[in-house]
Design a protein around this ligand. Structure first.
Ligand SMILES: Nc1ncnc2c1ncn2[C@@H]1O[C@H](COP(=O)(O)OP(=O)(O)OP(=O)(O)O)[C@@H](O)[C@H]1O
Ligand SMILES: [Mg+2]
Length: 366
């Protein structure tokens, strides 16, 4: 899959942009704060209708403007024009100039695998952040997953509300709690199975990729669920046992909303023991594993974005990472230092230089 061109209107620090990409490799070079990430962010927005940065969707609208527009032509099985318009009061998406009313009908058509330094949170941050990130990754592979997860969260909310009702109202029926618990377990088991399968599938690829980058083949990804490695009856008993505590605390204390996963290198958790470089290489291995899964399970090669990959990595690791990326994967690399990029990559790439939201294509000279 390739994005052939990108047009921006009032997106971040771009008033207007109209560029044509290389179907294989693209390098975006510029000093800090010039607008490199903003370009790859726009590609991400075109795919997911929202950014990977910031909590509010309208932060991408250029200061003092009413709307931001991102347009691009993407070549997959077919070639289609995509458009995302973000306003302060909502957004609109179009494919081939036709409005798409439901965002879910727009999503998962453009597949993007993105690495940003934010992704180190996959290792470093709280279980909550890790679950959020795995939810985003998994939703790309399965539309069903997202639907089940949304339903689970709805039932969880209802159950928590009803626990509070039970605490304050002794006449409230426990039967309704049982119904909600039953629903929660059924949905939880489905989510558990999706996640476990995904982690199992991806773990071997990750291990392989990490070995290719570093020579160490011991990296594993483990999914940890304190409760859901059980059958439905066992889970029902468990929830019954916890019921009193749930009612007193007014929340559901067990469930897949507490699960976690961890990267293990040489038997140690990378979160506690890994160096910056080891953590970065582990995350890159995961991202490359996603491409492996897309390619092998869906027959699709996603667009790869490596935002500011090179800081903290030594030359050998950079070279090893770039050596995996053949020309079948359309790749975007952002960097402040062109000298970190090999001559080979430079000579086979389209190079864009960015200065304060103005982009120019530059020719490569040795
Ligand atoms: N909504 C907005 N309107 C106008 N400018 C914005 C908006 N949001 C961000 N910017 C500007 O965009 C610039 C940052 O761009 P970007 O994050 O792409 O930088 P970068 O080239 O990736 O830098 P670095 O090398 O530090 O990662 C900042 O100067 C910021 O002020
Ligand atoms: Mg940046």
């Amino acid at each position: 899959m390739q994005i052939l061109n990108l047009k921006l209107l009032n997106f971040r620090n771009y008033e207007k942009l109209d560029i044509v990409f290389n179907p294989a490799k693209n390098i975006i070079i510029g000093q800090n704060g010039m607008g490199k990430t903003n370009i790859v962010e726009a590609i991400y927005v075109l795919a997911f209708t929202k950014s990977f940065r910031g909590t509010k969707e309208n932060v991408v609208i250029r200061n003092n403007c009413d709307l931001a527009r991102v347009e691009g032509t993407v070549k997959a099985e077919y070639t289609d024009d995509y458009k995302v318009i973000i306003k302060n009061d909502g957004k609109k998406v179009k494919i081939n100039n036709t409005n798409i009313d439901k965002i879910s009908d727009y999503l998962s058509r453009i597949n993007v695998v993105l690495f940003t330094s934010e992704d180190l949170k996959l290792i470093k941050d709280t279980p909550n952040t890790r679950r959020k990130l795995i939810n985003i990754e998994l939703s790309q592979f399965s539309n069903d997953y997202l639907k089940i997860l949304t339903y689970y969260n709805k039932v969880l909310k209802q159950r928590n509300m009803y626990l509070k009702t039970l605490y304050t109202n002794s006449m409230a029926s426990i039967d309704y709690l049982d119904i909600l618990t039953n629903q929660l377990i059924e949905l939880g088991l489905k989510i558990f199975n999706y996640r476990k399968q995904f982690i199992d599938d991806i773990s071997d690829y990750i291990s392989n990729n990490y070995a290719k980058i570093t020579g160490n083949s011991s990296l594993r990804l483990n999914y940890r669920s304190d409760y859901y490695d059980k059958n439905k009856d066992e889970l029902l008993q468990l929830y019954k046992k916890e019921q009193e505590r749930d009612i007193v605390l007014g929340k559901t204390n067990i469930g897949i909303h507490h699960d976690d996963y961890e990267f293990i290198l040489d038997g140690y958790n990378l979160k506690d023991y890994g160096s910056e470089g080891e953590q970065k290489n582990a995350v890159i291995s995961l991202k490359m594993a996603e491409i492996d899964i897309f390619r092998n399970q869906k027959g699709v090669i996603p667009i790869l974005i490596l935002d500011d990959l090179f800081s903290e990595l030594d030359e050998v690791k950079i070279k090893n990472i770039l050596s995996f990326i053949d020309n079948s994967i359309q790749t975007f690399v952002t960097t402040t230092e062109l000298n970190k990029v090999s001559d080979e990559l430079k000579s086979s790439s389209k190079i864009f230089s960015v200065i304060n939201g103005v982009v120019e294509e530059v020719s490569y000279e040795k």
